[in-house]
Design a protein around this ligand. Structure first.
Ligand code: ARG
Length: 273
């Protein structure tokens, strides 16, 4: 149990496929509201069982992607670097997120308005290093700007596959020295950087990557993913983790899964040594 794990989530009351900003989203394939509510509640239960304490962001009509709290901000200690979304469809979330952080004891930091940045969806710590996905959603300069503000090294990783448009869809730090990744989502330079920097790098295969195997939530030694990732789960167990699956298909229709629906507020396990 990790009693200190604090995670921000947002109930899916207004979730839906109302626009198309990634290749998973198709308006003619709508989300089932009841199934989405059940799946979201089951994810909450799995995270609580792993020892997490959940904080909630109030859902807002007209903001169907607000459920994906990973994109609210990058949290570094008491500072929240709030997102500036590439797509106009999600920009209404920015003030809602900023207000939540301001009224919950965080110092809100805003990037220069020329830069796009989509929070923890594209920026993940492994040890002291910030790994940052760019090109499809976030700008490389945004990560460099943040790295200077927090005095951390940043390793930019170019994302090349539109299905893996956020870093957290193809990369997941497990500890300060281990991570999951789906190699074809990265350019050759990024793949080399990951192999050089991270001692234990677990490769996810294409069929399980499509089930969002890399979009995992780590709470202590528990790793929670969508269903349909049996080979990854076997590998995680062999590495001493407890692997938990919970169905998240309604959110996959929007291009998201377990990790996208969460934002760690107290620092990921992977930042601890
Ligand atoms: N429909 C959302 C979008 O395209 C899904 C966001 C998933 N979030 C994530 N952190 N990968 O922006």
């Amino acid at each position: 149990m990790t009693p200190t794990a604090r995670i921000l989530m947002c109930p899916p009351d207004h979730f839906g496929i109302h626009y198309e900003i990634n290749p998973w989203m198709r308006r003619e394939r709508p989300a089932d509201a009841e199934a989405a509510a059940e799946q979201w509640s089951a994810l909450c239960a799995a995270l609580r069982a792993a020892g997490a304490e959940l904080a909630l962001l109030d859902p807002v009509p007209g903001l169907p992607d607000l459920v994906f709290t990973a994109n609210a901000a990058l949290v570094f200690r008491e500072r929240a670097f709030v997102s500036r979304f590439r797509h106009a469809e999600r920009r209404g979330e920015e003030s809602v997120d900023a207000e939540w952080f301001a009224s919950n004891g965080f110092e809100v930091e805003r990037l220069p308005d020329t830069l796009f940045f989509e929070g923890a969806g594209d920026a993940l710590f492994c040890g002291d290093t910030l790994y940052a996905g760019y090109r499809i959603r976030s700008d490389i300069q945004a990560h460099q700007w943040i790295a200077r503000r927090i005095d951390r090294r940043v390793i930019p990783l170019e994302l090349v596959d539109p299905y893996y448009y956020h870093l957290d869809t193809c990369f997941c730090p497990l500890t300060s020295s281990a991570a999951l990744y789906f190699p074809p989502a990265f350019d050759a330079y990024a793949r080399t950087a990951l192999v050089e920097q991270i001692p234990t790098l677990i490769e996810v295969e294409p069929d399980e990557a499509r089930r969002f195997a890399c979009n995992a939530v780590v709470v202590g030694r528990t790793v929670v993913t969508n269903t349909g990732c049996p080979r990854l789960h076997a590998r995680l167990r062999a590495e001493g983790f407890e692997a938990v699956e919970t169905p998240l298909d309604e959110f996959v229709k929007s291009g998201g899964s377990a990790k996208c629906l969460t934002l760690r507020l107290d620092g990921e396990e992977s930042t601890r040594t």
